[in-house]
Design a protein around this ligand. Structure first.
Ligand SMILES: [Zn+2]
Ligand SMILES: [Zn+2]
Length: 291
């Protein structure tokens, strides 16, 4: 699952964005141009409850992946938003009244499902834990900054601690293309810039999420985890309960590597935090033979 030693290249992408085909402020062409101009390699346009056709904007160096965002309330009063990436075009079945039903509709159309902004929705572990088939949840959603609930890392760790293995995905959920544009993204390690290759990498967890810092290498060998990053203020090893550890730069300085001796059960995920407080999140390393 570790993407770092794998053959391939890193591709930068936004997996969650809206256009004037739903409630976004930019039309499709302008929304695509926004990300192209900012150096992204791919985007998935995920308008609400439908699939917007963006294929004509795919070029040799820029990929558009068809997507959608489905939503519903279930009979227990939980609201779910599920992002679907890499789907065959479809409209949401309005009769669906469960988070699992939304995931299943995305899977039935060939996509990968991502549990969107759990903090913003007030979704707690019992409502998430019963979902099957999503690759991950949004650990960070730029659009949810507007109400101060962009970061769902506590939700993620709560799930991981209780054995629900899932990836962390940073997205923009772009509506305004101002404060919510080009703030949170994924870096995907893929063989080539094609939908099939990016989708394979997403399913396998061959990606990390970021607001700015870069992860250059993560190696697990001889009982140690070695991490190399861009220049940051702190590298954190986050695990079950209080078992994690941080390596700090001295005040006014930065670091770009850290190593710790790891434990042999549970999980460890790595965060790199730069001097402006921006984060990068690795996927969890799971110290359990069954994973
Ligand atoms: Zn949403
Ligand atoms: Zn959205």
């Amino acid at each position: 699952m570790n993407p770092f030693p794998r053959e391939g290249q890193w591709y930068k992408g936004n997996l969650h964005m809206h256009t004037t085909f739903s409630d976004g402020d930019l039309d499709l062409a302008s929304a695509i141009a926004f990300y192209k101009e900012r150096g992204y390699d791919f985007v998935s346009v995920t308008d609400h409850r439908k699939t917007t056709d963006a294929e004509r904007f795919t070029t040799e160096t820029f990929l558009t992946i068809p997507g959608t965002e489905l939503d519903c309330w279930d009979h227990e009063g939980n609201e779910y938003h599920i992002v679907g990436v890499g789907v065959r075009p479809f409209d949401q079945d309005p009769t669906i009244r469960s988070g699992q039903g939304l995931i299943d509709q995305i899977l039935d159309h060939g996509g990968v499902a991502i549990i969107a902004h759990p903090y913003w929705l007030g979704l707690e572990r019992p409502a998430i834990q019963k979902l099957k088939g999503a690759i991950g949840l949004e650990v960070y959603n730029s659009g949810c900054m507007d109400c101060g609930k962009a970061l769902s890392d506590v939700h993620w760790d709560d799930l991981l601690h209780h054995g629900y293995y899932t990836f962390g995905v940073a997205t923009d959920d772009t509506h305004r293309y101002t404060y919510d544009g080009a703030v949170g993204w994924v870096m995907v390690r893929a063989a080539e810039l094609t939908q099939e290759s990016i989708m394979d990498a997403l399913r396998a967890g061959h990606f990390y999420s970021s607001q700015g810092p870069e992860l250059y290498d993560i190696r697990v060998e001889d009982g140690w985890i070695h991490v190399e990053t861009s220049d940051v203020a702190r590298i954190a090893f986050v695990s079950n309960r209080g078992r994690g550890w941080s390596v700090w730069a001295k005040p006014g300085e930065t670091i770009n590597k850290a190593s710790i001796q790891h434990w042999t059960d549970g999980y460890c995920r790595i965060e790199a935090i730069d001097t402006q407080g921006r984060k990068a999140w690795s996927q969890p390393i799971w110290f359990n033979a069954s994973r």
